[in-house]
Write a protein of this length. Structure first.
Lengths: 315, 671
């Protein structure tokens, strides 16, 4: 008898979510099997990569990460355009780091104006990401939803502490929300249920499971994402059938392995190559765990990962 | 007992109740909302209903005008049902039918469970107390018959009562000669069966055999309960003037108090830590004995029984509480590999522990299984009769430590999880034990958000006990005042929802309606504490079932023990996810499980052997290093549960079109 590869029978499907508007709008999700298990099911939409844009010049980036964007660091609009035009970004992830109450503490109005400018300057979908302070984000992201009425941005991170304020804004002004929970499948599902109870339509919800960088707890993220997909696809867990986004660049690039200069750590090898590989390996790991959208930083890492996605698809 | 049918209009729902049942209580049980915010103490005047047919016993009241009374209006809380009746619920209390339809017909199933009778659960035992009294009339010694007093007594026991092999306790010998002569050789002796035969522990003048009492104590981390038993009658001693009609409490000699050790830590771990401080163990031993002595005092006062007539004392507690009570260092209970000092502790003389009771009395201690599965759970298993039955049974003792046992007559497996004291009223702002004035049942009108509350003893409210808390959270969830994470929606159009000193809260009773100087409210922190407790219990059950390859659907019976109050509304406990969603007829509520077992042990010495067998056959599963428990716990930290498929009926009720739109309005984005 010929050997037959055991296959898994799936009963669920990841919901499709459209990001952005117009001809460059992107659809994600729709998987009916585990990541890249093309022999078992379908994945109509390949994973996408969003390129990071900061709303204020970063002061702690590694040289390798700064180099490609050195001429646009102080201008988020120009930065976004360069990401699209030079590096072929399919999505932009605008990080509103300047709103951090422990940093520049810029106002919600200012941040929302920046978001609108960036989103109007590019034709690809834009993800707008707050500083991670739940209270400040409630104010900032709420304002962004309002000022960018109807642009179908992705708004994140939405957490249990601010889901009502931001979620209500996303419903009213038609944006997609990224629900963020601290590396726990139950908490992820609870937030999805709460957003559903609030009235966020399924087609406007994606999940950020919280990501660690390579060597910094990525195995936890991997395992939670893996369980998320198992529950969604094989256990009909309807409130987990949402696409996954991993806001990974800032996690990778804050590690010492990605940041240390060559001369400060000669045994670590070339700093640029090291950072790019750290980012690439993190990205591929998360793709294998089931990520639908990756937020990335270095153009060369992005190129490598894109090629790999292409390779996976053709086999 | 005569029963009557009560029909509520306009919803046409009906329920059968016993003769003399209170109408407000009947409505609560039928799931009919009638505004009532004074707990049924006839002060708020809101529970007005109009009698359409039949006769009732209900006096006029200042809140009813003469005209109203003439046209049939009555206060439901003052009304006793003595006939088949129809009543009209006034508009301000009505709930529309679509809401009622979802609740199912509460008239046809037993949702509200009261503690079961002791004799129903355990079979095949004889009334034969370990400690018993016998009356003897002896011939005085003469020069010809000059045996010693003790030999005379022992011979007399053999001759008159056929009791052989009696040894004597030295303390009994000390007073023997005097008592015999003072009583003209007519005495009552107290004997106890020990492993080495009968032991004579007391001699009293005259015939005292009719008065043989025992005290049983449930030694909880948060609450200590005690009961006074009549060993001849096999009952809990009744109080003079006590009645059991729902309004008069203290029908039986029962008393409870918070364990005074609480001041040294709320849970067993902090108590163990405290015991390691210099003098800590001694202090903890003294204060808990103080609590027990207070309870003994109360039991004796309320029953009028004399202290000297108590001849038996049984204690069931968790392992840590038992060790602290005995003054045994509990240090190794919390250090791996978590072992207690002893599984079996022989009877200890009560006076040696500082207990204020006759010096002949010995304390019987329920054997312990493991560091976190104590004598209280062994007592519960004994009392609930699981060890005799074929049916697969889950026993849940919901206390500060949630203790759960699964099995039947052939095998028993247990887990213990730290659940918190929420159901005993601790850690809840207006929480209290289930005593007079505690809000024990709650309903909320989904349109007006007005509450319907009933208190124990129908007194003005003083606080809320476990059963009231379950009802309140269930009602808040069903009326969509809180979301599934237990947080209030902040735009509910009622002044009862407000931002108080401890965050958002719902006012159950305004201060004028209470016996306090402030409003009684339930806040988000209370709800979170309750959520933790219910999550730990549910997760513990789930892990225990998983570990033996079973699920909730396999259970033939679920026995619930705990200090919630006088009843447990199973439907509401399921609604919040404390209990699994299985057939409501499979649940039994036994009230205080360890007292149930302790009573049996007092009544029958045969059960002493069963108790030992139970403690030996129980296999304990340690949750502290269990991988799946934390995951199950977080999953259960949601109302009713993160896994909606485990609660299909509850989810159906929750998914009724609700107030999503208004929550958007509150965020100011939809006009």
């Amino acid at each position: 008898m010929a050997f037959a590869i055991p296959t898994i029978s799936y009963t669920g499907k990841i919901k499709e979510v459209v990001l952005g508007k117009g001809p460059k709008a992107v659809t994600i999700g729709g998987e009916t099997s585990y990541p890249f298990h093309f022999f078992e099911g379908d994945a109509p939409h390949a994973p996408r990569i969003a390129i990071e844009v900061y709303d204020a010049a970063p002061d702690d980036w590694a040289d390798a990460a700064l180099e490609p964007y050195k001429d646009v660091l102080n201008d988020p609009v120009a930065w976004a355009k360069k990401a699209v035009e030079t590096y072929g970004a399919e999505l932009i992830a605008l990080q509103l780091v300047s709103t951090d109450p422990n940093g520049l503490n810029r106002s919600a109005e200012e941040a929302a104006a920046t978001a609108k400018k960036v989103a109007s300057a590019v034709d690809v979908p834009v993800l707008v990401w707050g500083s991670g302070s739940a209270d400040k984000d409630a104010e900032v992201l709420r304002k962004v939803t309002e000022v960018c009425d109807g642009m179908n941005l992705v708004i994140g991170p939405i957490v249990e502490g601010n889901y009502k304020q931001v979620g209500a804004g996303a419903i009213a002004y038609k944006h997609t929300v990224a629900a963020c929970s601290p590396i726990d499948i139950n908490l992820a599902k609870q937030l999805n249920i709460l957003l559903g109870n609030l009235g966020v339509p399924d087609g406007q919800l994606i999940v950020d499971p919280t990501t660690g960088g390579l060597g910094y707890g990525i195995e936890y993220t991997y395992s939670v994402m893996e369980r998320d997909r198992m529950a969604a696809l094989t256990q009909q867990d309807e409130r987990l059938q949402f696409p996954l986004i991993c806001n990974m660049a800032k996690e990778v690039w804050k590690t010492k392995e990605a940041k240390l200069k060559t001369e400060d750590a000669p045994t670590f090898g070339d700093a640029k190559k090291r950072g790019i590989l750290m980012e690439s390996v993190t990205a591929v790991t998360l793709l294998l765990a089931g990520a639908d959208v990756l937020v990335m930083r270095h153009p060369e890492a992005i190129k490598l990962v894109r090629e790999m996605i292409g390779d996976f698809k053709t086999k | 007992m005569v029963t009557h049918k009560v029909t509520f209009h306009p919803s046409e729902r009906s329920i059968r109740v016993d003769q003399g049942e209170n109408l407000l209580q009947a409505a609560m049980e039928a799931g009919i909302h009638i505004n009532a915010s004074c707990g049924g103490s006839a002060t708020c005047g809101k529970c007005k209903v109009r009698l359409l047919s039949g006769k009732v016993d209900s006096p006029p009241h200042q809140k009813l005008s003469e005209e109203e009374y003439r046209s049939g209006y009555r206060l439901a809380c003052l009304t006793s049902v003595t006939d088949d009746i129809g009543v009209d619920v006034p508009l301000e209390s009505q709930v529309d039918r679509s809401v009622l339809a979802l609740k199912g017909d509460r008239g046809s199933a037993r949702y509200l469970l009261s503690p079961k009778d002791i004799f129903q659960l355990v079979r095949g035992w004889d009334v034969d107390p370990t400690v018993f009294k016998r009356y003897l009339e002896l011939d005085p010694p003469t020069l010809q018959d000059n045996k010693s007093d003790l030999t005379r007594l022992i011979n007399g026991l053999a001759k008159r009562h056929g009791i052989e092999g009696v040894s004597a306790d030295f303390r009994a010998i000390m007073k023997l000669s005097r008592v015999l002569r003072d009583s003209d050789w007519k005495v009552t002796v107290t004997l106890v069966l020990t492993k080495r035969g009968y032991k004579l522990i007391n001699v009293e003048p005259g015939d005292n055999t009719r008065q043989n009492y025992s005290i049983v104590i449930d030694l909880g981390t948060t609450t200590v309960f005690g009961q006074l038993l009549d060993l001849n009658q096999c009952t809990v001693v009744g109080c003079p003037d006590g009645q059991c009609d729902g309004t008069t409490l203290f029908a039986l000699a029962e008393a409870s108090d918070y364990n005074a050790q609480i001041s040294y830590g709320e849970d067993v771990i902090t108590r163990i830590v405290y015991s390691q401080k210099p003098g800590g163990l001694k202090k903890l031993q003294e204060v808990v004995v103080g609590t027990i002595n207070g309870i003994i005092e109360e039991l004796l006062t309320m029953s009028g029984v004399d202290r000297s007539l108590i001849s038996h004392f049984v204690v069931a507690g968790n392992t840590t509480m038992t060790q602290l009570f005995l003054g045994l260092d509990p240090k190794y209970i919390r250090e791996t590999p978590y072992v207690p000092t002893a599984h079996f502790v022989p009877p200890v003389r009560a006076v040696h522990l500082g207990i204020n009771i006759g010096d002949h009395v010995h304390v019987y201690i329920f054997p312990m299984v493991a560091s976190y599965v104590g004598g209280d759970i062994v007592a519960g298993i004994l009392g609930s009769g699981i060890f005799q039955r074929e049916a697969l049974t889950l026993y849940m003792d919901i206390g500060t430590n949630g203790e759960i046992v699964l099995g039947n007559k052939d095998w028993l497996a247990s887990v213990s999880c730290s659940a918190g004291p929420a159901f005993e009223g601790a850690g809840i702002k207006f929480g209290m034990r289930a005593t007079r004035g505690a809000i024990e049942e709650v309903g909320i009108n989904p349109h007006t958000y007005e509450p319907m509350i009933l208190t124990i003893g129908r007194a003005k409210p003083l606080g809320i006990c476990g059963s009231g808390l379950i009802d309140a959270v269930s009602a808040l969830l069903e009326t969509k005042m809180i979301d599934q994470n237990g947080k209030f929606h902040r735009d509910i159009p009622t002044e009862r929802l407000r931002n108080g000193a401890d965050g958002y809260e719902y006012v159950l009773a305004w201060k004028e309606e209470t016996r306090l100087q402030e409003d009684i409210a339930i806040n988000e922190i209370d709800i979170e504490n309750l959520m933790r407790t219910k999550a730990a219990i549910y997760a513990g059950c789930k892990v225990l079932l998983d570990s033996v390859g079973l699920g909730f659907k396999d259970l033939e019976q679920v026995i619930i023990a705990g200090g919630f109050g006088r009843h447990l509304d199973v439907e509401k406990a399921i609604f919040i996810g404390l209990l699994p969603e299985i057939d409501i007829n499979n649940f039994i509520f036994v009230g205080n499980g360890s007292l149930l077992g302790a009573r049996l042990l007092s009544f029958s010495k045969d059960l002493l052997k069963e108790t030992e067998r139970i403690s030996l056959m129980m296999t304990n599963l340690e949750l502290s290093n269990h991988n799946g428990f934390m995951n199950e716990f977080i999953g259960a930290m949601f109302f009713p549960h993160t896994d909606a498929t485990a609660f299909p009926g509850v989810m159906k009720r929750l998914q009724q079109p609700g107030r999503e739109e208004s929550s958007l309005k509150s965020a100011g984005v939809v006009s």
